[in-house]
Ligand binder design. Structure first.
Ligand SMILES: Cc1ncc(COP(=O)(O)O)c(C=O)c1O
Length: 441
């Protein structure tokens, strides 16, 4: 058996032998070339170390801290009040149903599980939506929110070449990686106003108006990450006006449906509103947070279009993209989601559990606010309770964040974002005093 480049047997490992003895392969005693036998530098030695991921790197640093006071507020994954990961009861029930029905593990079609695709489009637009009935929605099951965004990004690169993608400033850090790696140019539109710790509404509209016609605008469907600041319904109306006037293509990222307010319908209000106005759009969905299926990678990319024939062709091209990226999506989580959405009793129970998770976050947000006010009544902390979803964007600067971590053992992203999902209520007072102290730095 010969390896292509060196024409040496593949099993050319050498035994440890005295320096003077000829080197021989331990398996076939073939004489081994000295250059292969001596430890040499890899031909990939020029590859530089990639920087740690700004979000996942926080957890790695947290694991190295042994203090009892340590708090990991970096990653956006739900925890119980005892900081335990939570597997939803409806997920356990769906898994039991799956085991009992002895489903096989054959490949799914490239576009994914049909029952899941039907359920996910319904969850997004509402049952019986005309776009679904008229088959104007192309849905491809993909690898959670990230994979769905990436398939969408590749689609833009292939079929909307030269269009720029506009991302909110700030945004979830991975958006930039996704579009960069797909070779799609991106720019930013103003979103967050530091002075009001709210939406930079006028700036956002100005930037979207100034963007070239037909640009792609990435919008967070609800619970904007990292700011927790969403437009009001009236503001969404003005955003839709500009998108329509300029012929932009909205690309909604719906990663927190149901998780923000506890209501699936309320949290889907913005994309449904755009669909109501017949604005064509792309929508990436994730079931990581609302069904707690983080590791199962369940999500979809949807194209809500003006006609069925276009939807059919767009789906065929998305299948082509997915085929080359990963062939077909995983089945386990998609079955869970389709069972939960498809069975009325489980769907009702899911809504209750989501309400419970969203409720815990709201409660701990309120507790943190109360503690901050107690600690420093002179500062306006109302942004904490105005923001929604899993995160609070504290306004702490990078040196202040450094103080949070080095002095108070609070791990959070450098942009000042904290995940309230990682805060137990009995640690809210500690966190409040750490924040108040760090603002003095
Ligand atoms: C805004 C946003 N989009 C997409 C995702 C994608 O997550 P996943 O790939 O786990 O579905 C996340 C996760 O944190 C997010 O916050």
């Amino acid at each position: 058996m010969l390896s292509g480049r060196s024409a040496l047997p593949l099993h050319s490992q050498t035994a440890r032998v005295p320096a003077a003895a000829p080197r021989r392969c331990v398996i076939c005693a073939h004489a081994v070339n000295a250059a292969v036998a001596t430890k040499q530098e890899s031909r990939l030695a020029f590859v530089e170390q990639a920087p740690p991921d700004p979000i996942l790197g926080v957890s790695e640093a947290f694991k190295r801290d042994t203090s009892d006071d340590r708090l990991n507020l970096g990653v956006g994954a739900y925890r119980t009040n005892d900081l335990k990961p939570y597997v939803l009861n409806v997920v356990k029930k769906a898994e039991k149903i799956m085991i009992e029905s002895e489903e096989n593990k054959e490949y799914l079609p490239i576009e994914g599980l049909a029952a899941f695709n039907k359920a996910t489009a319904q969850l997004l637009l509402g049952e019986g939506h005309p776009a679904i009935k008229e088959e104007r929605v192309a849905t491809l099951q993909s690898l959670s929110g990230t994979g769905s965004l990436r398939v969408g990004a590749d689609f833009i690169g292939k079929f909307l070449p030269g269009r720029t993608v506009y991302l909110s400033n700030p945004t979830w850090g991975n958006h930039k990686n996704i579009f960069t790696d797909a070779g799609v140019e991106w720019k930013e539109y103003r979103y967050f106003d530091k002075a009001t710790v709210g939406l930079a509404f006028e700036g956002m509209l100005e930037d979207l108006k100034a963007a070239p016609e037909g640009s792609i605008v990435v919008l967070h469907g609800c619970a904007h990450n990292p700011t927790g600041v969403d437009p009001t319904r009236e503001q969404w109306g003005a955003i839709a006006d500009v998108v329509e006037q300029k012929g932009h293509m909205p690309f909604f990222d719906v990663a927190y449906q149901g998780f923000a307010s506890g209501s699936l319908d309320d949290d889907a209000w913005a994309p449904r509103f755009f669909a109501e106005r017949s604005i064509e759009m792309m929508v990436a969905q994730s079931y990581s947070k609302n069904l707690g299926l983080y590791a199962e990678r369940v999500g979809a990319i949807n194209y809500v279009l003006a006609d069925a024939a276009a939807a059919k062709r767009v789906l065929s091209q998305n299948k082509r993209i997915a085929r080359a990226l990963y062939s077909n999506p995983p089945v386990h989580g998609a079955r869970i989601a389709s069972i939960v959405v498809g069975r009325p009793e489980l769907f009702a129970e899911w809504n209750e559990e989501m309400g419970m998770m969203a409720g815990r976050i709201k409660d701990v947000r309120q507790t943190l606010y109360d503690e901050l006010v107690k600690n420093n009544p002179d500062k306006d902390w109302s942004f904490v309770t105005r923001q929604i979803g899993m995160f609070s964007f504290t306004g702490l600067s990078p040196p202040q964040v450094e103080n949070m971590t080095q002095k108070h053992h609070v791990y959070m992203t450098k942009d000042g974002r904290i995940s309230l999902a990682g805060l137990p209520s009995n640690k809210a007072a500690n966190l409040a005093s750490a924040i108040v102290d760090s603002f003095k730095v």
